[in-house]
Design a protein around this ligand. Structure first.
Ligand code: NAP
Ligand code: G4F
Length: 324
C-alpha cells in the first residue's frame, strides 16, 4: 500500500493533499504539533477515516522525526511544514530557520539514516527568487529578500544535495503563491476577502493593508497539491515550478474582490505601515512550461476567479456564524 507521511498536514496545502491522497487509496500519516487547544480545523472533516493517522511531532525535534520515519515506513514524504509567513520571519528569524532549513535537513537525515527508499517532496517557494525580475523558472537566479526566503533556499539546496549525494528520490516544487478558502487569515488574499465579507455585512468599514504595488502569481491550492504528487510519480527526480503565468498587483486583487461584492475598494482600504516589510519582493510571475511539458500539469483557476470564490466562501461563512 502507498503510505504518505505529511508534515504541515494541518495547513492549507496539507489538508488538500490529504484529501487527494486518501481519495487515491493512500494510507496517510500526518505530523501535528502539540498546542494547548486543538488546531485541526482544516482536517476535522477527515477524522474517522481509518486510513488517516496523526502523530505528535515537530520539525525542530530531530529525534522524534527519526522515530516517526522508522515506525511509519512511508513510501512518500511530503515536507509541507514551515513557519510560512514572510513578515513573521523578520520577527522570528531564528525559529524560521530552525523549522524551515534545519527541519528539512533533520527530516532528510531521518530518511537517509533509516535506509528506506521512500520518495521526498520539499515545499520550495517562489520567494527564493526574491528580487530577480520575472518571469521566473527553474533556471532563474535566486535572490531571497527575507529570512523566510533564505531559509527555504537552504532547504531547497539540501534537498538537491541529498538527491546527488545519496541517490534519494528527492524533489522540490517551486510553488508560486496559491490560495483558497482555507488560506491562513493573515495572508493578503484571505485578509482581503474576509475584509470584504465583514464590510458587506456592516461589521466594519475599513481594511488596513500594506504595500499594494507588489505583484504576485496567485493560483488555486487544490490544483497545486496534484502537481506535488505528480512530481513524485515522475520517472526521475527533478525540480519544477508551479504557477499560473499571470501576475496581478495586490491592488488589482482588492479591486476584483470588492467589486464582486458591489463595493469600491478605494472607499474602504486604508494604508498601515505596520504591514510593510523591511525588504519586499516586488514582482513574482512564474513560467511553468517544464511542469506542463514533463508532468502534464497546468493551472486552471486565475487570480480573479480566486478573488470571487474566496469572497463568496468568506461571506457564506460569516453569514452562518452570524446566524449562530
Ligand atoms: P500553512 O497553511 O502556513 O501551513 C503550515 C503548516 O506547517 C501547518 O500545518 C503548521 O502547523 C506546520 N508547522 C509550522 N511550524 C512547524 C513546526 N515547527 N513543525 C512542524 N510543523 C510545523 O502553509 P501552506 O500555505 O499550506 O504551505 C505549505 C508549505 O508550502 C509551506 O512549507 C510553505 O512555506 C510552502 N509554500 C507555500 C506557498 C503558498 O502560496 N501557500 C507557496 C510556496 C511554498 P500548525 O497548524 O500547528 O501551525
Ligand atoms: O499574502 P502574503 O503575505 O504572501 P507572500 O509574502 O507572497 O508569501 C506567500 O507566498 C509565498 C510564495 O511566493 C510562500 F512561500 C509563503 O509561504 C506565503 O504563502 O503577501 C503578498 C503581498 C506582499 O507583497 C505583501 O507585502 O501582499 C503584500 N501585502 C500588502 N498588505 C500584505 C498586506 N501582505 C499581508 N500578509 N498582509 C497585509 O496586510
Amino acid at each position: 500500500m502507498n503510505r504518505a507521511f505529511i508534515t504541515g498536514i494541518t495547513g492549507q496545502d496539507g489538508s488538500y493533499l490529504t484529501e487527494f491522497l486518501l481519495d487515491k487509496g493512500y494510507e496517510v500519516h500526518g505530523l501535528v504539533r502539540r498546542s494547548s487547544t486543538l488546531n485541526r480545523s482544516r482536517i476535522d472533516h477527515l477524522a474517522g477515516n481509518d486510513r488517516l493517522h496523526l502523530h505528535y511531532g515537530d520539525l525542530t525535534d530531530g529525534v522524534g522525526l527519526v522515530n516517526l520515519v522508522r515506525s511509519i515506513e512511508p513510501t512518500e514524504v511530503y515536507n509541507l511544514g514551515a513557519q510560512s509567513h514572510v513578515k513573521v520571519s523578520f520577527e522570528m528569524p531564528d525559529y524560521t530557520a530552525s523549522t524551515n532549513s534545519i527541519g528539512t535537513l533533520r527530516l532528510l537525515e531521518a530518511i537517509r539514516a533509516s535506509g528506506m527508499s521512500c520518495k521526498f517532496y520539499q515545499a520550495s517557494t517562489s520567494e527564493m527568487f526574491g528580487s530577480t525580475p520575472p518571469p521566473q523558472n527553474e533556471d532563474t537566479t535566486f535572490h531571497p529578500r527575507s529570512p523566510y526566503g533564505a531559509s527555504k533556499l537552504q532547504a531547497h539546496w539540501v534537498t538537491i544535495n541529498y538527491r546527488e549525494a545519496y541517490g534519494l528520490f528527492a524533489v522540490s516544487g517551486i510553488l508560486f503563491n496559491h490560495e483558497s478558502p482555507r488560506r491562513g487569515e493573515n495572508f493578503v488574499t484571505r485578509k482581503i476577502t474576509r475584509g470584504v465579507a465583514a464590510i458587506r455585512a456592516g461589521l466594519t468599514d475599513t481594511l488596513e493593508l500594506g504595500n499594494l504595488d507588489a505583484t504576485r502569481d496567485w493560483g488555486y491550492a487544490p490544483e497545486y497539491v496534484v502537481g506535488m504528487w505528480q512530481m513524485l510519480q515522475a520517472d526521475e527526480p527533478d525540480d519544477y515550478v508551479l504557477a499560473t503565468g499571470e501576475g496581478h498587483s495586490v491592488r488589482a486583487f482588492c479591486e476584483a474582490a470588492f467589486s464582486h461584492a458591489g463595493l469600491n475598494w478605494q472607499d474602504h482600504v486604508v494604508h498601515n505601515d505596520m504591514y510593510e516589510r523591511p525588504s519586499e519582493v516586488d514582482a513574482l510571475l512564474g513560467d511553468a512550461t517544464k511542469a506542463r511539458t514533463h508532468l502534464g500539469w497546468e493551472a486552471k483557476t486565475t487570480a480573479l476567479d480566486l478573488a470571487r470564490l474566496m469572497v463568496d466562501s468568506d461571506s457564506a461563512e460569516l453569514e452562518m456564524s452570524l446566524k449562530k
